[in-house]
Design a binder for this molecule. Structure first.
Ligand SMILES: [Fe+2]
Length: 449
């Protein structure tokens, strides 16, 4: 059986009219988030809340600028609206730390610009043929731009987390644990599975093509590592003992004086954290978030385990042992619903482990999608047969760099920008992102059934 024949493209079943409506709905949902995240005082929009981040007003106009380049100029073949600002909003030209010094559009101007671009994009979506050209096949360009905006919405959410002052974002609490007591770990059988995709219509170039990868049998944690479990590592002196850390991780920890996950502080009565301006006790049952790769790796060593490789993570998430097929999501091929996963900034925190039994994989692994991005031990490399599309700067220029792969998305990620094959990458020191992890370990000979 070829890997192609067992994959399905969910958009091919839609009529052209429904495909246009699907793309329009995805673009609109992204814009609603962008508007909500920038609905704050002008002064807060233009301020740089951290050297790690752009001013929010840069993200906003950059979203419009990318949309203008791809949808208005390329797909639509229309005249440029603002060629004069192309350079300012080119992420490759200016590091985040330098962006406040640029002659940025002001808040009012930025809002007006993104609305004008969007109006043209909708007109183009109505009129351009959605076939015949790879960029428009299955409305790919519209999906790509939706994902780009959603990714910046997650970045802007991370900026909000770094912002000082009273809370400005509000959302209901996520569901509590609904599963009974879960086993600590799950055995994933050894053997080949289909990794990546050739059929997923809005998958980005680095997720392609589908290919066979073999892994040895291994155990993976049923859920992400919780704050409660992580606190044991902290309280047993894990941040003071180099034996759990890689040489590089220890140097980083020592140099930056890192003694706990970012935004955590030890008080008289235990660990507290700041979350979008709220000061609260660290919740034991929630996945730990805001840890770097180095911290995740050290915890795993302390626990007598290791981080999963990227293929291991994807096999645990997608492989269905009953059919031998890889699913689009752990629960199946259908799009995420609020029953499956904590996505889309519906809640401003990860949910307790066990909160999404309907989202478990066939092997019984929980919360792979949503809640926290999960560090893997793998670097960012091209899959065999990779072809850059639609531009080298999307992925190719990052291959082989000093990155680790993160998988699964967080509570800040929209459903349009996550799936079982989606690959995120970041520097191993990063922790302002919504990053957590789960552990894995080799299966010993007597343990493989
Ligand atoms: Fe961007």
């Amino acid at each position: 059986m070829s890997v192609e024949s067992i994959e399905t493209n969910p958009l091919r079943a839609l009529s052209p009219q429904d495909l246009r409506a699907h793309a329009a709905e995805a673009l609109t949902r992204a814009r609603e988030r962008s508007v909500a995240l920038t609905d704050i005082d002008d002064e807060e929009l233009v301020r740089q809340h951290s050297k790690l981040m752009s001013p929010l007003v840069w993200d906003l106009a950059h979203i419009g600028s990318q949309e203008e380049l791809w949808l208005v100029r390329d797909v639509g073949g229309r005249e440029a609206l603002r060629p004069d600002i192309d350079d300012i909003y080119d992420a490759f030209q200016h590091a985040r730390a330098d962006r406040p010094e640029l002659p940025l559009l002001g808040p009012e101007e930025a809002r007006k610009y993104v609305s004008e671009v969007r109006e043209k994009s909708f007109d183009i979506l109505e009129n351009v043929p959605l076939q015949g050209r790879r960029l428009t096949q299955d409305a790919f360009a519209f999906g790509m731009i939706t994902q780009h905006e959603q990714q910046h919405d997650e970045t802007m959410l991370a900026t909000h987390q770094l912002r000082k002052g009273d809370p400005v974002l509000h959302a209901p609490a996520p569901p509590s644990a609904r599963s009974g007591r879960l086993p600590a770990e799950v055995l994933v059988p050894g053997g080949a599975f289909t990794m990546g995709t050739s059929a997923e219509p809005w998958a980005l170039d680095n997720e392609r093509p589908a290919h066979e990868v073999a892994v040895e049998a291994f155990f993976i944690d049923t859920t992400p590592v919780t704050c409660g479990a992580y606190t044991e590592f902290l309280d047993s002196g894990g941040y003071q003992d180099p034996k759990w850390w890689s040489e590089r991780g220890w140097a980083y920890r020592s140099e930056h004086g890192i003694n706990a996950p970012r935004f955590w502080k030890r008080e008289q009565d235990g660990w507290w954290r700041t979350r979008f301006g709220v000061h609260e006790k660290v919740p034991a049952a929630e996945p730990v978030v805001h840890v770097s790769f180095h911290e995740a790796e050290a915890y795993a060593a302390w626990a007598g385990k290791r981080l999963p490789t990227e293929p291991e993570w994807e096999k645990a998430a997608r492989f269905d042992p009953a059919t031998g097929r890889s699913r689009r999501f752990p629960w199946g091929d259908e799009e995420p619903t609020p029953e499956h996963a904590n996505l889309g900034q519906r809640h401003l925190r990860p949910a307790e482990v066990g909160a999404y039994p309907a989202g478990a994989s066939p092997l019984g692994v929980h919360q792979l999608i949503g809640d926290v991005w999960e560090w893997t031990s793998s670097g960012f490399e091209a899959y065999p047969g990779f072809a850059a599309f639609p531009y080298r700067e999307y992925s190719e220029v990052f291959f082989g760099g000093d990155y680790r792969i993160l998988r699964g998305g967080s509570f800040g990620t929209d459903a349009a920008a996550i799936r079982g094959t989606f690959r995120n990458w970041d520097h191993p020191i990063r922790r302002q992102i919504f990053s957590g992890f789960r552990c894995a370990r080799d299966a010993r000979p007597g343990e493989v059934g």
